[in-house]
Design a protein around this ligand. Structure first.
Ligand code: AHG
Ligand code: MN
Ligand code: MN
Length: 318
C-alpha cells in the first residue's frame, strides 16, 4: 500500500496553518530556499564534470559560462532571495558587503547564508553543505544576537541530500528523493544523544591551544570507545554529531585568537539547531546566541554537541 510521507512543502504549509496571523511570507521564503537547495544539489552532483566541460571563464558544451561551484551557489541564493520579495537584505559568507533588496521589492526578513560550506572538499568528493540563518527585520540593523533567529538550517550534499531545519520547535530532517525531486520527512524531531563517543577538532592545531583545552583532549582519549572524526566541513561534522552525538570544537587559539568560524554564518545557526536538538553550544563559557554582534563577518570560538560532552569540556576549562 502507498505510504504517505510528508514533504518539506507539506510541512511548511502546516507550520503556516499553525501560526497565528501568518501571511505566507515565511512559507514563501522557505520554499525559495528549498528550491535553491535542489538546484545546488544537482550542480554539486555534476561538479566532477567541470574539468571536462570547461573551467571558470570558459563556456561549456551547452554554450553556458561555467562558474566555480561556490560562485554559482552564491549567485543563485542572492538572486533567488532578493527576487522573492521577502527579504530586506541578504548576507553571504562569499561577499564582504550585504545585498539589500530594492525598496519597492523589500520584505521583512534578513537571511545570512554560507552558500557552500567546506568548499575545499569539493575536489575530493567529500560532503559539503549550505547553511542559513533567518531573522525578522528590526529597525535598520542587520546585527541581531543569535537568540533572535526565527529559523536556521543546513543542506548537506552527502551520500544523500538532506535538508535539516528548525524554526524553534525542534529540528526536522528531510531527505531528497532523487527520483521525485521532493524532500521527504525522514528524521522527525531529531534529538542528539545526551552523550556521544566522538570528538571532532582539527588536532593539527593542538600545540597552539590553551592548556585547559589540551588537558581536556588528552583526558578524553583515555575514555573507553572514544573516537576522533574531522571532515573539515562543519556541516558534515555537525550532521554526524546530531545523529551520533559527541562534541565538535573549533576553539580560539594562538594563531586564530577569535576562532575561525563566523558567528552569524556558521556558529549561531548551528548553536540554535544544537539547542533545539537537546544539545549545547558555548563560545568562551557562554552561549554564542547571546553575543551582540558588531560586524556581519565576525568570528567566534565554538564548542557544541551532546550536552554531557559539552559539560565535561566546561569542567576542564573553568
Ligand atoms: P568554508 O568552506 O565555508 O570556508 O568553511 C570551512 C570551515 C568549516 O566548514 C570547517 O569546520 C573549518 O572551516 C575547517 O577549518 P580548518 O581547515 O582550519 O580545520
Ligand atoms: Mn563555512
Ligand atoms: Mn563557505
Amino acid at each position: 500500500m502507498y505510504k504517505y510521507v510528508p514533504t518539506f512543502t507539506d510541512y511548511i504549509i502546516q507550520e503556516q496553518r499553525n501560526a497565528n496571523h501568518a501571511t505566507g511570507s515565511f512559507t514563501n521564503l522557505m520554499a525559495q530556499i528549498e528550491n535553491s537547495a535542489k538546484i545546488i544539489a544537482s550542480h554539486v552532483k555534476a561538479s566532477g564534470l567541470v574539468d571536462i566541460l570547461g573551467k571558470t571563464g570558459e563556456t561549456n558544451t551547452f554554450g553556458e559560462e561555467v562558474q566555480k561551484l561556490d560562485e554559482f551557489t552564491n549567485k543563485l541564493l542572492v538572486d533567488t532571495l532578493i527576487s522573492s520579495g521577502e527579504v530586506y537584505a541578504v548576507i553571504s559568507e562569499e561577499m564582504e558587503q550585504p545585498v539589500y533588496a530594492p525598496k519597492e521589492h523589500a520584505g521583512n526578513y534578513i537571511v545570512y547564508f554560507d552558500p557552500l560550506d567546506g568548499s575545499s572538499n569539493i575536489d575530493t568528493n567529500s560532503p559539503i553543505g549550505t547553511i542559513f540563518s533567518i531573522y525578522k527585520k528590526e529597525g535598520d540593523t542587520l546585527l541581531q544576537p543569535g537568540k533572535n533567529q526565527i529559523a536556521a538550517g543546513y543542506i548537506i550534499y552527502g551520500s544523500s541530500v538532506m535538508f535539516v531545519y528548525t524554526f524553534g520547535h525542534g529540528v526536522n530532517g528531510f531527505t531528497l528523493d532523487p527520483a521525485v525531486g521532493s524532500f521527504l520527512l525522514s528524521h522527525p524531531n531529531m534529538q542528539m544523544p545526551k552523550k556521544g563517543k566522538i570528538y571532532s577538532i582539527n588536532e593539527a592545531y593542538y600545540n597552539r591551544l590553551d592548556k585547559g583545552i589540551q588537558e581536556y583532549i588528552t583526558a578524553i582519549k583515555d575514555q573507553d570507545g572514544m573516537r576522533a572524526r574531522f571532515v573539515g566541513s562543519l556541516v558534515a561534522d555537525m550532521h554526524r554529531t546530531f545523529i551520533k552525538g559527541g562534541v565538535f570544537l573549533y576553539p580560539a587559539d594562538k594563531k586564530q585568537p577569535e576562532g575561525k568560524l563566523r558567528l552569524m554564518l556558521e556558529v549561531n545557526p548551528f548553536a540554535f539547531l544544537a539547542e533545539q536538538a537537546g544539545g549545547k553550544a558555548i563560545s568562551n563559557l557562554a552561549s554564542p546566541l547571546d553575543i551582540i554582534p558588531t560586524s556581519i563577518h565576525q568570528r567566534a570560538s565554538i564548542v557544541m554537541g551532546s550536552s554531557e560532552n559539552v559539560d565535561e569540556y566546561l569542567s576542564y576549562i573553568k
